[in-house]
Write a protein that binds this ligand. Sequence first.
Ligand SMILES: Nc1ncnc2c1ncn2[C@@H]1O[C@H](COP(=O)(O)OP(=O)(O)O)[C@@H](O)[C@H]1O
Ligand SMILES: [Mg+2]
Ligand SMILES: [Zn+2]
Length: 453
Amino acid sequence: MASKTTVYYVCTNCGAQSTKWYGRCPECGEWNTLQEEQTERKAVSKKASSHSASAKTVSLDEVSYDSDIRYSTGIEEFDRVLGGGIVGGSVILLGGEPGAGKSTLLLQICGNVCDKARVLYVSGEESSSQIKIRAKRLGVDTPNLLIANETDITSVINTVREHRPDLCIIDSIQTMEVDGIPSSAGSVAQVRESASALTKCAKAEGIPFIIVGHVNKDGAIAGPKVMEHIVDTVLYLEGDRYLALRILRSAKNRYGSTNEIGMFDMTDKGLFGIANPSMLLLEGASTDAPGSCVTCAMEGTRPIMAEIQALTTKSSFSVPRRTADGLDFNRANLLIAVLEKRGGYMLSALDVYLNVIGGLNIGDTASDLAVAASIVSSLLDKTIPAGTVVFGEIGLGGEIRTVTDAVKRVSEAEKLGFTRCVLPAGSLKKMDATQYSMELIGISNIKDIKKVF
Ligand SMILES: Nc1ncnc2c1ncn2[C@@H]1O[C@H](COP(=O)(O)OP(=O)(O)O)[C@@H](O)[C@H]1O
Ligand SMILES: [Mg+2]
Ligand SMILES: [Zn+2]
């Protein structure tokens, strides 16, 4: 059967396909992300259906397995986010914006594991000498690190089979190309095919892969999202380019939880795990100004202190402006509505700007009470006493709901020298208050929010 070339359009952000071009992706809503692709789709599907051999099966009893063998990367924060290290034969996608520090972090991992293992670093982005310069700066020097400047997937796979490294790094997937696909490197089709070829190789050879994927907002190249379903684990390295804090999150993990985050400080010697992130985030906190409130949010199993700032001003717009940096926008609006309806604080004619200091993104609803307190603080132009930490979830009825890990949060705050804590009355009741030298104030309704002051 003769193959026929079909033209279709693929979203570089989410990989959605359509036969028509749209200015805005109907799946993910991104603008200008649809790219023309060509494929010999008919030929592929015919070939697949004429494939008549049946699949080989094996009884579950006979399946051999390595009982959860994990290899440490030598970077504690990285291992924790992975769920305890790299699983043999697994494929990890490390996504992030250019300049986030992906190559840096991976080269550091190479330096750590290379005294016991051999690593193949395939770079389609930088020359060997550029990598050498970075390695020198990071203090990585080992004969066990093999560098290949290659972008052809078949050659990469042949190199892997020839050298059989203990770990293979691909930097980046957007530079890789599979022969015979009529689109250029970085297109959705190339990224997807390259990723699945590498994944097949990883599974067949039992060699773990870490694949770098650039996140690109303007849609010029396909983002890591189009290959999320192909790989085992998806990690994102986030952070403001102008700030030193980097946060490693897991968006998918076949071998562990996705709750843990890793925090790093970016220096010229590489990325260093931050043992005490709260200290860093509270550095220079302007807690003596109205509108500032410190909270303790859980990130996975770790309590992290963060400063929330609010600014309320008389609006000059017909619809008041609301922004929420580092907080969920809809949640922030809900809290403003609850403050107005249940707390009696008039905010509907005011602009409300919210911000979490330090580039942190807080998803924990236990920060609700601190968000509300910072808004009230700005509204009344009244500062919250120094040394106060606030946490609690707010319900639609204005009730302050108990939160998980109250003990951990209070202990963290006390460890960092906080002297007052406002928390849900329900959480306080379950704790042994005599254990703490801190003043613990329980509140059960938003009407009592003045007790924060
Ligand atoms: N000579 C240097 N000294 C200090 N920091 C540097 C130097 N060169 C690069 N960096 C830092 O490294 C970052 C680039 O990291 P890199 O690992 O190349 O990012 P990615 O691979 O994610 O694009 C830059 O944002 C910069 O902050
Ligand atoms: Mg790089
Ligand atoms: Zn899309």
